[in-house]
Design a protein around this ligand. Structure first.
Ligand code: AMP
Ligand code: TRP
Length: 341
């Protein structure tokens, strides 16, 4: 294996810790489809089930269901398991094997600085799982076990990708080999941070207790339209230019969602709707969202009817993933000094 020329390869993952949201779709999956269709890179997409058990207890049946539903969501959104490698993390043991090595490369100080760790462990870090602290090292292993060069993610994952780069750099330096690529985060588009529909300063999240704050990819037309119509806004109409959205996080968020769903820039969206009252804007946005998301939801439901087919796709994806991961793990063990016989 060459030390410097890396195959152009995209890797990204989503946790099956709950249902898919519009944030996951616009911030991640839609862009995964663009990479797949561009054909410039191999594309590898993973349901990170081992990450999903780091935060709070998930009932096993729910985890299994979420993983299959996430797979259906990927496919319904346009990920083609023939073109991309699509699988769940726990079926490829090389991820956790490399993660152990990275646990020994990463420093406690690095892990303690992660904002996601601080947010999720909250006031009682003593009660958080060791897995939650080690989470970013497993994430680095997810990426580097494929020597991935590009990682499309939402804004919230930037710090984790920086840590991945630090781990690769330290490993390469410690062992004196340019073995792991320094992967690039790809955070692009208007919708890299889709916000909560009731509070434009918080991210839209699958774990928020209130359903009104998010659009789920499984929501029906009525639910989508209702949530958008009830989304919080300020009393002013849409401004003439994009600058007029400053200090108006809820208004900005709805413009970004429109932009993400239609592939227009936020400036174009504002220009086309200048002076419109939000009541009307939300009505139009609801129609656009129902139009785009409705067919994905019904395709997901159709795919979920045949779970053995989903499991077959995941199994086949895992086999293909292992073909790439196994030789990289072997070489890593060799570099580290593990006896291989
Ligand atoms: P998660 O659901 O936390 O596993 O996130 C999976 C992917 O979706 C990651 O790339 C996240 O950055 C992205 N993502 C999650 N929530 C949002 C959001 N509200 N806006 C944009 N991207 C998001
Ligand atoms: N931590 C990511 C999230 O919550 C999910 C994830 C795990 C991931 N491993 C990854 C994303 C590797 C990109 C690459 O969103």
């Amino acid at each position: 294996m060459s030390d410097t020329a890396f195959t152009p390869r995209v890797f990204s993952g989503i946790q099956p810790s709950g249902g898919l949201t519009l944030g996951n779709y616009l911030g991640a999956i839609k862009r995964f489809v663009d990479w797949q269709e561009a054909g410039t890179h191999e594309t590898i997409y993973c349901m990170v089930d081992l990450h999903a058990i780091t935060a709070k207890f998930i009932d096993p049946a729910t985890l299994r269901r979420n993983t299959r539903e996430l797979c259906a969501g990927f496919i319904a959104s346009g990920i083609d398991p023939e073109k991309s490698v699509l699988f769940n993390q726990s079926q490829v043991p090389e991820h956790t094997q490399l993660a152990w090595i990275f646990n020994c490369v990463a420093r406690m100080g690095w892990m303690n600085r992660m904002t996601q760790w601080k947010d999720k462990s909250g006031k009682n870090a003593e009660a958080a799982s060791l897995g939650l602290l080690a989470y970013p090292a497993l994430m680095a292993a997810d990426i580097l076990i494929y020597h991935a060069t590009h990682v499309p993610v939402g804004e919230d994952q930037k710090q984790h990708i920086e840590l991945t780069r630090d781990i690769a750099t330290k490993f390469n330096h410690d062992y004196g080999r340019e073995f792991f690529p320094i992967a690039e985060p790809v955070i692009e588009g208007a919708a890299t941070r889709v916000m909560n529909l009731q509070d434009g300063t918080k991210k839209m999240s699958k774990s928020d207790p209130s359903e009104k704050t998010r659009i789920n990819m499984t929501d029906d037309a009525d639910a989508i339209a209702k949530k958008i119509r009830k989304a919080k806004t300020d009393p002013d109409p849409l401004p003439e230019t994009i600058e007029g959205l400053e200090g108006r996080p809820e208004a900005r968020n709805l413009v970004n969602i429109w932009s993400g769903l239609t592939d227009q820039t936020p400036a174009q969206v504002v220009e086309a709707n200048a002076g419109k009252l939000f009541g009307y804007f939300k009505q139009d946005l609801a129609d656009i969202a129902v139009d785009k998301l409705g067919p994905i939801a019904s395709e997901m439901a159709r795919l979920m009817e045949d779970q053995s087919e989903i499991d077959r796709i995941l199994g086949r994806g895992a086999e293909r993933a292992r073909e790439i991961a196994a030789p990289i793990l072997d070489e890593t063990y060799d570099i580290v000094g593990m006896v291989r016989s």
